[in-house]
Design a protein around this ligand. Structure first.
Ligand code: NCD
Length: 304
């Protein structure tokens, strides 16, 4: 694997290798990216994804150059094409992490880049590294992935993290998937076709209350304000699904609540000290998964 653009690039064997490496990197010092440079090119806002890639790079001994507000602070504002920006960055960096509001942007960058390109979210397309850390969190917290019942809640239409996770789950056996959303924000037909093709049983419902006690994993997501055609449209759906403490308490023992973050009201703060709340611990898992991703793409002996 040279670039990381979408979750379909993985199979179970490569996921196993990646997750085992993440677990090793949790405790073992590794400076194998000493002298290498990561460029983060973010055309959309981010806190976790950019900082966690940058922190991961530093922890592996590397360096970072960054455009955190590339839409305004890079030559894109002068009208430079993405392709030209990537050609130029190829002289400065050994790996490029890109986030864009446009679905397909990472693929375009990867098509012309000599150095590895990592998709850190392309519009309503995919967010593969988020889904990888979500899946790793499930494995670490539940103990296994096969047979798990995952409920994905919220904005399944525009939520790229939700879309990427659905792709990844289809690689496992006996997965039960419950898709909780209003019909207008339902999961796209492309993902549903993929689930059907891979024999993943899924149900669609509007009821979060009925789903909470059933699922092993509650994957709550934010309504993606920036993708709606108008503020009024967004306001109609905002606040549609809110997890409060009573709902969290209705979960089965060992069940977990995860969230890609940021949350903007979908999980009440009173849930934070529930034994089911794993969303902040998930951030720590994200760091070691991103270390494992960088290490795999940039160390040829690990990338076979
Ligand atoms: C997600 C994203 O950007 O898609 N955030 C993240 O990377 N942690 C989810 C979101 O913004 O809702």
């Amino acid at each position: 694997m040279h670039h990381l653009v979408e979750t379909q690039q993985f199979d179970r064997a490569s996921l196993r290798k990646l997750f085992d490496l993440a677990t090793i990197l949790e405790t073992k010092r590794d400076d194998s990216l000493h002298g290498k440079i990561l460029a983060s090119l973010f055309f959309e806002p981010s806190t976790r994804t950019r900082f966690s890639f940058e922190s991961a790079m530093y922890r592996l001994g590397g360096h970072v150059i960054t455009a955190e507000n590339a839409a305004e602070a890079s030559s894109a504002t002068k009208g430079e094409t993405l392709e030209d920006t990537i050609r130029v960055m190829n002289h400065y960096a050994d790996v490029i992490v890109i986030r864009s509001p446009e679905a397909g942007a990472a693929e375009r960058a990867a098509a012309i880049s000599e150095v590895p390109v990592i998709n850190a979210g392309d519009g309503a397309g995919q967010h593969p590294t988020q889904a990888l850390l979500d899946l790793y969190t499930i494995e670490r917290e539940i103990g296994h992935i096969d047979g798990v019942h995952v409920a994905i809640i919220g904005d399944l239409r525009y939520g790229r993290a939700a879309r990427s996770l659905a792709y990844l789950l289809s690689k496992y056996n006996d997965i039960k998937l419950t898709l909780v959303s209003s019909p207008e924000l339902a999961m796209g037909a492309d993902i549903k076709a993929h689930l059907d093709e891979h024999g993943v049983k899924y149900t669609e419902t509007e009821s979060l209350k009925d789903t909470m006690p059933e699922a092993d994993v509650i994957y709550q997501t934010r309504v993606q304000k920036e993708r709606f055609p108008s503020k009024e449209e967004y306001e109609r759906f905002k606040g549609g699904y809110i997890i409060d403490r009573t709902m969290a308490d209705s979960m089965k023992e060992g069940g977990i609540i995860i969230h890609p973050l940021p949350r903007v009201g979908e999980i009440m703060p009173e849930v934070d000290d529930s034994p089911h709340a794993v969303y902040f611990k998930q951030v720590g898992y994200g760091l070691i998964v991103r270390m494992a991703i960088l290490s795999t793409l940039m160390n040829p002996q690990r990338n076979s």
